[in-house]
Structures are given as structure tokens and as C-alpha cells.
Design a protein around this ligand. Structure first.
Ligand SMILES: Cc1ncc(COP(=O)(O)O)c(C=O)c1O
Length: 374
């Protein structure tokens, strides 16, 4: 009798899988360079790394008996209290997760039944189509137009036509958007919400634009608004996996029942609270990143064949003149000299690269290496 392995459900077996960033050690080895000699600018992490005070808080936690040996708080009370202080919202409107990625998945799974739809505006974060496939959701794309600008009329029209079919939907917008770096116009967001759409607004990079750029003030009047945030980018703890969401208290209470009970580990909780306590010091890093970003944009614009887009975030999307090569070709040339940036299979971005902003002291090296491979 032949024994067959268990098979996964067909829609999961068909998944292409998410294409995550390749670890630095692997990329450096492929380039024949030591990791320290390379510039890792492919995942929009904080180039200054974990702030010293955050590292100290983790070190201290390691000395305590019980650290790591007992389960973390399933209700995330201390973390949510700290986040309440950070956001100015009530803790009942906040839920934390193992990165924004977990909360994006949790929310879509809880709010949309299979066969419902999400509307996205490519180019944007690659996790959204992956989650659509994972959760058996119809993916409706309203691609950005000239200069990668959102197309409000097309978006509002798409919402109307999906609703006319009687299909539930969530609109996912990203502000600042990855990879184009622009903010979602407030009037578009309000038009969508006022029209009755549920909007999941991904503010993973909002700290780089300044918290004033957040749409969180709308939460008190728009129960269909859901905001996603992360500590991965501004707080330099991407490896610890900590994100949170802001939404109306009723939705948060329901999602708190659906989430895995111990989804935020103790190290992430301690580091998150410490990062909030050190937000002034981390704010200095953010100011340096913004200043370096602006220098990077100006310097790239002065190089032949490169056209950087303005950015409100900690990365810059750069269009590459086909005379120089495709985005992929320039990516490969940069990789051979130890500069790791992000390239895309999406045809909309075939001629573009995304470069995360380096530390201020790395900028000259980056520019030299780019100039050398042009
Ligand atoms: C727009 C956007 N949202 C969410 C995430 C994921 O954040 P996290 O590390 O908290 O899962 C990213 C990471 O690249 C992102 O670019």
C-alpha cells in the first residue's frame, strides 16, 4: 500500500510564496565580500540599528529570572499602555502583533470571508497580494497613474463597482507608500471612508514623515478606518517583530479574541516599551535619516540616467534610464560591489530600484559605488 503525504488545500498549494529579503550574510558571500564591507539597503530598516537604551533594557531583562521562561502577557497590558502614551489614543483602540505583517493577516482573515475582495494600488507593498492569495480574497488592483500618483476617481469607482456586485471589500492604502514614498491625500481617504468603504491604512513608515502626517485623528469619527504601524522601521527592531494596529475599540476587542494568545514575545514587548521611552533619542536618528534622504535624492538626481522620486520615507525609488540598463541589471551591478538594494519583478517597476536611506556616514561610500557602476 502506498502511503501519501498529507496535501495542503489547493489554493495554498498554488501559492507562489512571499519573496522575502535575502539575509545579508548570503548576499555578502555571493559578492565575495565581508558583511561589514557591504551596505544593506534593501529592507528599509533603521540604518543606525537598535538604540543603545533599548539594547540596555533587553540586557537588563536577561538578568531577571523568569525572562523568556514564562509566557508573555496575552493582553499586552504594559505595551498597550505605553502605546497609548505614544499615540495619545486609549489602550482599548490598540492591539500589538508580531510585526504589522501578522496584524494585516489577522485583520483581513477576521474581517473578510473567502471570496471577498481587497483593493490595492500598485506599486505597493508585496505582502498585500500574498495575503489576498492566502486568504482566498479577490485582488482588485487600481494601479497608480503618471508619476505613480494615486488615481482617486478610479479608486472610488472601483469601490462602487465591487459593492454593486454585493462583494465585501477592504481598501488597502499605504502612507507613506512603499516603494513610491508619497503620502495618501487626506481628502481621498475621507472620500473613501465617507462612501462607506473599510480602509486599512498602512502607516509602517509614518514616523519618517512625522506623526503629524498620520490619519489617526480620523479614528474617533471613522469606525471603518484601521491603521497599521510597526516598530521595524523607525525603532530599529525589525528582527524582534513588533507591530500594532489602531482601530475602533469594538474591532480591537474582537481581534484580541482571534489573535494567537502569546503573539508578542517578551523581548519585543520590552524593546517596544524601551523604544517608546527613548523616542527622543530615536527621533535624532530619524532627523538624520531625513536629512540624509534629502542629500541622497539631490545627489542621485545629479547623476546621469537616474531619476529619484521625492520621498516622505526612509527609502527612495529611483527610475533608471534604459540606456544604463534595467532596474535588475543595475541592482546586480550594485550587488557585485556590495550595495544591496531592492529590485522588482512587477513590470511597473522593471525600470526602477528602491534604495533604503543609509547612515549619514555611509552616504559618500554609497554614492561612490553607484557612480562606479553607472
Ligand atoms: C508598507 C509596509 N507595511 C508593513 C511592513 C511590515 O512590517 P513588519 O516588519 O512590522 O511586519 C512593511 C515592511 O517592509 C512595509 O513596507
Amino acid at each position: 500500500m502506498s502511503v501519501e503525504r498529507p496535501f495542503v488545500r489547493p489554493h495554498l498549494a498554488r501559492l507562489a510564496g512571499y519573496a522575502p529579503v535575502v539575509p545579508l550574510s548570503e548576499r555578502a558571500a555571493a559578492a565575495g565580500l565581508a558583511p561589514e564591507a557591504c551596505l544593506k539597503l534593501d529592507a528599509n530598516e533603521n540604518p543606525y540599528g537598535m538604540q543603545d537604551g533599548v539594547r540596555d533594557a533587553l540586557r537588563q531583562a536577561l538578568q531577571e529570572t523568569g525572562f523568556g521562561a514564562i509566557y508573555p502577557d496575552p493582553d499586552q497590558m504594559e505595551l498597550r499602555a505605553a502605546l497609548a502614551g505614544y499615540t495619545g489614543l486609549d489602550a482599548s483602540m490598540i492591539l500589538a502583533g508580531a510585526g504589522a505583517d501578522e496584524l494585516l493577516d489577522l485583520t483581513l482573515r477576521a474581517v473578510l470571508a473567502p471570496g471577498s475582495a481587497i483593493i490595492t494600488c500598485t506599486p505597493s507593498f508585496g505582502m498585500y497580494p500574498f495575503l489576498a492569495d492566502l486568504n482566498q480574497l479577490e485582488l482588485i488592483d487600481v494601479p497608480r497613474g503618471d508619476g505613480f500618483a494615486l488615481r482617486p476617481d478610479a479608486l472610488l469607482e472601483a469601490v462602487q463597482s465591487v459593492r454593486a456586485r454585493g462583494v465585501d471589500l477592504v481598501v488597502i492604502l499605504t502612507s507613506p507608500n512603499n516603494p513610491t514614498g508619497d503620502l495618501v491625500p487626506r481628502d481621498l481617504l475621507e472620500a473613501l471612508l465617507n462612501g462607506g468603504a473599510t480602509v486599512m491604512l498602512d502607516e509602517a513608515y509614518v514616523e519618517f514623515a512625522g506623526l503629524d502626517a498620520s490619519a489617526q485623528a480620523l479614528l474617533s469619527v471613522q469606525p471603518r478606518l484601521i491603521i497599521m504601524r510597526t516598530f521595524s522601521k523607525w525603532a530599529g527592531i525589525a528582527g524582534l517583530r513588533l507591530g500594532y494596529m489602531l482601530a475602533t475599540a469594538g474591532l480591537i476587542a474582537d481581534l484580541a479574541k482571534v489573535k494567537q494568545p502569546y503573539n508578542v514575545n517578551q523581548a519585543a514587548e520590552i524593546a517596544g516599551i524601551a523604544a517608546i521611552e527613548r523616542r527622543a533619542e530615536i527621533g535624532e536618528q530619524l532627523a538624520a535619516i531625513r536629512a540624509t534622504r534629502d542629500r541622497l535624492v539631490n545627489a542621485l538626481a545629479a547623476l546621469p540616467g537616474l531619476e529619484p522620486l521625492p520621498s516622505e520615507s526612509n527609502f527612495v525609488l529611483v527610475r533608471v534610464d534604459p540606456a544604463i540598463g534595467s532596474g535588475r541589471e543595475l541592482h546586480d551591478r550594485l550587488a557585485s560591489v556590495g550595495v544591496f538594494v531592492r529590485t522588482y519583478s512587477d513590470p511597473l517597476l522593471a525600470g526602477s530600484l528602491r534604495i533604503s536611506v543609509p547612515r549619514a556616514d555611509q552616504l559618500d561610500v554609497l554614492l561612490e559605488r553607484i557612480a562606479a557602476v553607472l
